[in-house]
Design a protein around this ligand. Structure first.
Ligand SMILES: [Zn+2]
Length: 305
């Protein structure tokens, strides 16, 4: 895929709106053929260039600032932007945080607590890993079997997998990832220390949160679509993430982001449940900027790739 110019992101800033950028990972360099084709993890040099373009054009704010502004305390600076990271990749701490710190740019990191506990991987990362291992293969999707013969075919298939799985509450995404791994004959993998996979451990979470510039929040426990869960499973899912953040790192759950972040990934029920565990701000992953007044549970973000 082509990477947009850093200036493209600066052009999303607006005089009287908040632009929240959504990152996942920052890596020293790109080494995979198929994995990370979406550029969910960007290169460190590119990350620094994007931050330079943003700070030249606007003013960074923290999401704590945004909570205060939403409560009528303080004003939004012109061309305000906030930096957020989803999922809790270790490279957030080892690569991204020092770059942010050197520029004194605040950021919020949303962690999937089960990934931190077990160095876990999301279902789509497990599928990308398996397809990277097998240059040609066949995958049984719920909508039919699909062959791929080369890297381009693999990327087309991965796009279809993303679309099908994210839209269907009837698919257990993790079980599907296991089926794909079995079908391709690769060992069932739930975690790895590749920079595209490795997650923060709790000592690193505590170190990240101890840096006054940064906030750490929740992103569910298993990275499941919260709106797909029944009431009891929803309560268990978010309470587990709240408890682990509190017990392992002494953190409150003031900040949260919805796994997937798509319009079908949250609802009034999900929002009420999150408010019940103390969440005050939970952005989506829907593309857009945020003119005041802010609805702190429906904030839009701009994904950076
Ligand atoms: Zn996520």
């Amino acid at each position: 895929m082509t990477e947009p110019e850093p200036q493209t992101y600066a052009s999303r800033l607006a005089a009287d709106a908040l632009t929240i950028f959504l990152f996942h990972g920052v890596v020293e360099r790109h080494v995979h053929k198929i994995r990370n084709y979406t550029r969910k993890h960007i290169a460190a040099r590119r990350f620094a260039s994007i931050l330079e373009a943003l700070t030249a054009a606007g003013t960074a704010v923290s999401l704590d600032d945004v909570i205060k502004i939403a409560a009528g305390k303080g004003r939004l600076p012109a061309n305000a932007f906030a930096i957020t990271f989803d999922d809790g990749f270790r490279n957030n701490f080892t690569v991204a945080a020092p770059i942010l710190e050197a520029r004194q740019i605040p950021a919020t990191f949303y962690l999937t607590t089960g990934f931190v506990e077990h160095n876990g991987m999301s279902w789509i990362d497990r599928i990308e890993y398996a397809i990277e291992c097998v240059p040609q293969g066949r995958v049984a999707l719920p909508v039919g079997e699909r062959d791929y013969r080369d890297a381009e075919g693999a990327r087309v298939l991965l796009e279809e997998i993303r679309t099908v799985v994210k839209a269907d509450p009837g698919i257990d995404a993790d079980r599907f990832a296991s089926e794909v791994q079995h079908g391709l004959g690769v060992p069932e993998t739930h975690g790895s220390n590749d920079p595209l996979d490795q997650k923060l451990n709790w000592a690193e979470v505590r170190a990240l949160a101890a840096e006054g510039l940064f906030h750490v929040g929740g992103h569910s426990h298993r990275h499941v679509n919260l709106a797909f869960l029944d009431a009891a499973s929803l309560a268990r899912e978010i309470e587990t993430s709240r408890t682990l953040l509190a017990e392992r790192a002494g953190l409150s759950c003031r900040h949260y982001s919805y796994p997937e972040g798509t319009p079908n990934a949250y609802s009034d029920t999900v929002i009420a449940a999150l408010k019940g565990i103390g969440v005050q701000c939970c952005p989506t992953a829907e593309d857009g900027i945020n003119p005041p007044p802010f609805d702190l549970f429906r904030l839009k973000r701009v994904m950076v790739v």
